[in-house]
Design a protein around this ligand. Structure first.
Ligand code: AMP
Length: 112
């Protein structure tokens, strides 16, 4: 998708600190971390929001990658948070589907 920041990362046109990849997804460190560990897992294929997903298993792929990262980081036992923001009220800033994985500190609830 032209002018999509995360598509540019997938294409290698913009650098990112890549922490995991497979044929379906790419994961990289968030540029503005909100926790000691903060990474984003994205589909390689452009999907604007979670609301645009068909039932093709992509959320399973994102979750599977996030769980691999959580195990790699050793944050499973203490706990972590997976977040998908959707559209304006959901706080989505980048319109290429992404799952945040946040860990390394206690999270608050409810979110702001
Ligand atoms: P959201 O508000 O859910 O759309 O989150 C977008 C996230 O993308 C934010 O946490 C940003 O810090 C992050 N972000 C924006 N640009 C980059 C980038 N070039 N590399 C890594 N993370 C980014």
């Amino acid at each position: 998708m032209p002018d999509c920041l995360f598509c540019s990362i997938v294409e290698g046109e913009i650098p990112a600190d890549i922490v995991y990849e497979n044929e379906h997804v790419l994961a990289f460190k968030d540029i503005n971390p909100q926790a000691p560990y903060h990474a984003l897992v994205i589909p390689r294929q452009h999907v604007a929001t979670v609301a645009d997903l068909e039932t093709d298993g992509m959320m399973d792929e994102l979750t599977r990658a996030a769980n691999i990262l959580a195990r790699q980081e050793g944050i499973v036992e203490d706990g972590y948070r997976l977040v998908v923001n959707c559209n304006e009220n959901g706080g989505q800033a980048v319109y290429h589907l992404h799952m945040h994985i946040l860990g390394g500190r206690a999270m608050k609830w409810p979110p702001g």
